[in-house]
Design a protein around this ligand. Structure first.
Ligand SMILES: [Zn+2]
Length: 71
């Protein structure tokens, strides 16, 4: 298992960098978000981010890779 040094940016032990943590599918674009239950970082596809937004938080210290939303 490989973790980032900084405690606050540890990835979930079941997280795979090229797969969505939620649905396990390979996605072209994955977001790095915080899994609220474990407080760990995970990779999430856009669909799961929309469907499960109650369980995950965008960490705004990480770059937002999706399309910018205008206010
Ligand atoms: Zn997914």
């Amino acid at each position: 298992m490989k973790y980032y040094d900084e405690d606050s940016y540890r990835f979930h032990e079941k997280d795979m960098p090229d797969k969505c943590f939620c649905c396990s599918h390979n996605a072209e674009r994955l977001l790095i978000v915080r899994h609220i239950e474990s407080q760990m970082m995970v990779h999430l596809c856009l669909e799961c981010m929309v469907e499960c937004s109650d369980d995950y938080l965008l960490d705004n210290t990480r770059p937002w890779l999706g399309p910018q939303k205008k206010p």
